[in-house]
Design a binder for this molecule. Structure first.
Ligand code: GAL
Length: 347
């Protein structure tokens, strides 16, 4: 798994180098020596997104140091308001940005931003919050970088199935079924519904009998997840055997709830997350979180920076490999206590 990831990053890295060597050499006169990139994020209170923006800054910095040309980055965050984000994009365009990287607030409402970008003829790389397919067809200069939600759900399901099959204690009441609850991300987000469905289907396909007790929406948020989990515990006491969370922060919020209630270890369910945030990795290493799935923020950031460089330095798209002409999806990876140290080292 790690080999795959290293290779992906190397391919991307090589692409950037080649691109920038060309940028410095063959067409020196035609090439800009500075590209302004505007990054618009939906909410920097989101742990994964925050870590991803740090990776993006690092990646853009690397491009700057590997050759004489700069990529100057301005980041704006919209605190969850699409209208604020629309205004911020207008400001970024007025300030002269030549490439936009947009993490939409409302993934179903990108039209105002697309219209603006088109007016200024500035391409957009959407990331993490995937616009619906029809919107991606509104203009040819729209791209998306992210990861395949279904793959993350399947991996979470496989990790949970492997745990259940290898440890009979997880079925604490020994009824041959696993009583579970789900903590879901934002309604309407591609990574919420799809992750839940594919995790549950994967568990069933692996022969695990399941009984769903409850499902709570916690919007990717640790504190909200803690509240939802407190309610579920008060309703189902210690009958919950498995907690599937759409991301690490919500899995950690669920763990917080059990800690707050001082539930004894023997009555704890097993918890599974997705993301591999710093706190998530630490919880896997501490064996509080049974396992998680790595949402490759570094790989996604490298792909965004590489694509932005291709656009900004006007090198064309020959170096890039797209799905359906405009999508780049980076793979997820499973993380358990066995390989968590490799990821901790990298983060
Ligand atoms: C998901 C990630 C969540 C949250 C969300 C925001 O990919 O797993 O933790 O950051 O994106 O759009």
């Amino acid at each position: 798994m790690m080999r795959w990831r290293t290779r992906t990053v190397m391919v991307i890295g090589t692409g950037v180098c080649t691109l920038l060597l060309c940028a410095c050499g063959i067409r020196r006169t035609a090439v800009r020596d500075k590209v302004q990139v505007g990054v618009a994020c939906y909410d920097q209170g989101d742990t994964f997104l925050n870590e991803m923006v740090d990776c993006l800054r690092d990646q853009f910095d690397k491009i700057k140091t590997e050759n004489g040309a700069h990529m100057a980055v301005t980041v704006r965050e919209a605190a969850g308001s699409q209208r604020t984000q629309d205004d911020q994009v207008k400001e970024l365009l007025d300030e002269g940005c030549q490439v936009l990287c947009v993490n939409l607030v409302d993934r179903a409402d990108p039209s105002a931003i697309i219209d603006l970008a088109r007016e200024y003829d500035v391409p957009i790389i959407f990331f993490n919050r995937e616009p619906v397919a029809e919107d991606m067809l509104q203009w040819e200069k729209l791209y998306y970088v992210g990861a395949d939600a279904q793959q993350s759900g399947e991996m979470q399901g496989e990790l949970a199935a492997a745990a259940i099959l290898s440890d009979q204690q997880i079925d604490r009441n020994n009824d041959g079924r696993i009583q579970y609850v789900v903590l879901e991300g934002e309604p309407g987000h591609q990574d919420a519904i799809i992750r839940t469905e594919s995790a549950v289907n994967t568990l069933r396909n692996q022969g695990i009998e399941l009984e769903k007790l409850s499902c709570g929406i916690a919007n990717w948020n640790r504190a909200q997840a803690q509240n939802r989990m407190m309610q579920m515990i008060s309703q189902y006491q210690n009958n919950i055997e498995l907690v599937l969370a759409n991301n690490d922060d919500m899995a950690l919020g669920a763990i917080d709830a059990y800690k707050k209630l001082n539930v004894t270890e023997a009555a704890l369910p097993v918890f599974f997350g997705i993301d591999g945030t710093k706190a998530g990795l630490k919880a896997v290493a501490d064996t509080e979180l049974y396992a998680t799935v790595y949402n490759d923020k570094g790989g996604q950031a490298a792909a965004i920076a590489n694509l932005a460089a291709s656009i900004g330095f006007e090198k064309g798209m020959d170096q890039m490999e797209f799905e359906n002409g405009k999508y780049i999806y980076l793979p997820y990876f499973k993380i358990t206590s066995e390989n968590v140290n490799e990821f901790l080292k990298e983060s």
